[in-house]
Design a binder for this molecule. Structure first.
Ligand SMILES: [Zn+2]
Length: 297
């Protein structure tokens, strides 16, 4: 399979185009009825479809009853109507006719589109929540038209939404690949080495460092696979494959509780979540990577 390719995964905007068009809060027409992305803790409030019971976004004129942890924000249009996101306070009641369904990356009741829309809500509301107070002077920043940024009226500093780049990498050795496990994960669940990019570091350098820190292994033949927006709360995951080039397995026990080599014949007991780039890499690239490693022998 060619590298790189487009990754159409949950949480990437392509999943909800062309029904969704991103735009900024100042484009809202407040009186216009629209769709609502309402989060309460880790759940999205949905309305079961009257025809088949499948979850749908509530559609209506006004905001749902609060109290709000983060008040409504216009995030664009969905199916030609305004789309607004809000976060209810944990103690807020769920309005009649709505149901709170889990909206995390392991959620199973929401399809990819609703997961992605919930991700947009999560990310925008996280930013709104974190940008209410100017960290420099304690002022109250106000929206900058045409952006999701904010300018502090007291000290004139400007703030813009931030995403945090991180890498995730599948390490191959012959016909095997290495997966790791963090404490507290569901039984049998394994994932890939992953971590945040540090100061003065490229994505490839981050791959080498994270693999060395977490596993003690050296890697080469680092190949970019694709990326996924990861709104938990605001990461951008860059996916890679790499070849084990030596070293011996030595786990960072502060972060990981286990690591193991798996293969096509010996897969992990529980695969990474279907909506994750980890699963995408396993499904699309593990076989290619192993074939390439064997061809080089
Ligand atoms: Zn300020």
């Amino acid at each position: 399979m060619p590298y790189p390719e487009t990754v159409n995964l949950a949480f990437n905007r392509a999943v909800i185009e062309p029904e969704f068009a991103f735009s900024t809060p100042d484009r809202d027409v407040p009186a216009a009825p629209g769709y609502w992305l309402v989060l309460r803790e880790n759940a999205l409030l949905v309305r079961p479809s009257p025809t088949d019971g499948r979850p749908e976004l509530p559609l209506g004129p006004g905001p749902l009853a609060g109290p709000y942890a983060v008040p409504p924000v216009f995030v664009g249009t969905y199916r030609g109507r305004p789309l607004r996101a809000a976060r209810l306070a944990p103690e807020a009641a769920v309005a009649p006719g709505l149901v709170a369904v889990p909206a995390g990356y392991r959620a199973t009741e929401l399809d990819e589109k609703l997961l992605t829309l919930a991700g947009i809500a999560r990310q925008v509301l996280h930013w709104r929540d974190r940008s209410r107070i100017c960290p420099a002077c304690g002022g109250a920043p106000r929206e900058i038209a045409g952006t999701f940024g904010a300018r502090c009226p007291s000290c004139a500093r400007e703030y813009y939404p931030r995403l945090h780049p991180a890498i995730i990498v599948l390490i191959a050795r012959g016909d095997e690949y290495l997966l790791v496990r963090k404490p507290g994960w569901p039984q049998g669940q394994y994932g890939m080495v992953a971590g945040f990019v540090e100061f003065a570091e490229s994505l490839e350098e981050c791959v080498v460092r994270e693999v060395a820190e977490e596993t003690g292994l050296a890697v080469d033949d680092i190949r970019y696979v694709g990326s996924q927006n990861w709104p938990f709360p605001s990461q951008l995951m860059a996916g890679f494959t790499a070849r084990c080039a030596g070293g011996s397995l030595r786990l960072d026990t502060n972060e990981l509780e286990a690591a193991a080599w798996f293969s096509a014949k010996n897969p992990p007991p529980v695969l990474p979540a279907a909506s994750s780039i980890a699963r995408f890499i396993l499904d699309h690239h593990a076989a290619d990577m192993v074939a390439a490693a064997l061809a080089r022998k």
